[in-house]
Design a protein around this ligand. Structure first.
Ligand code: ZN
Ligand code: ZN
Length: 164
């Protein structure tokens, strides 16, 4: 279980708030259960991005009887409510990261796998080009970027990079 490296918060990220996520769930008509609260706490504790398996492991610290089905179901609900975003990694597996912007995207560090949300994607020229090439009318898009985070300058990130 490699959960230690992407659990740090970036100081310039919006602080994550499990209470705010819970309020949004309740407002959408979902019930307040210990298992759900554990998933929310795990998402906020993991910060950058986490796989369902990571969230299960961390969530069990809050609710020992937390099951995988609840983790997946809660992630589906949170994704539908726009509170988490599903990320595709080049390893081919999915991870989830908290989403705070209605229309945001994530950038993922290729060194330490940390994910950060960003706003603002000026892709009008790309859309025009795609429509001209394909005849489609573009209605939505999915964007992820990859790079090296500022933390790569510190030893910790180099270490995690070397371990991969
Ligand atoms: Zn990094
Ligand atoms: Zn966009």
């Amino acid at each position: 279980m490699k959960i230690e490296n992407h659990f740090q918060f970036e100081s310039n990220q919006t602080p994550l708030d499990p209470a705010g996520m819970l309020a949004a769930l309740l407002e959408a008509g979902y019930s307040n259960t210990g298992a759900r609260r554990a998933v929310l706490a795990a998402i906020c504790q993991t910060g950058g991005q986490a796989s369902p398996a990571d969230l299960l492991a961390v969530g069990r610290q809050f609710h020992p009887r937390l099951g995988q089905v609840t983790v997946y179901r809660t992630l589906e609900i949170l994704q539908a409510l726009g509170l988490v975003r599903k990320l595709h990694s080049d390893a081919g597996c999915h991870a989830y990261a908290p989403a705070t912007h209605d229309h945001g995207h994530h950038i993922i560090c290729q060194g330490c796998q940390r994910a950060m949300e960003f706003e603002g994607c000026d892709i009008a020229a790309v859309v025009t080009s795609v429509e001209a090439q394909t005849g489609f009318q573009v209605q939505s898009h999915w964007l992820e970027m990859f790079g090296l985070c500022p933390g790569l300058r510190i030893a910790d990130c180099h270490l995690s990079f070397a371990r991969r």
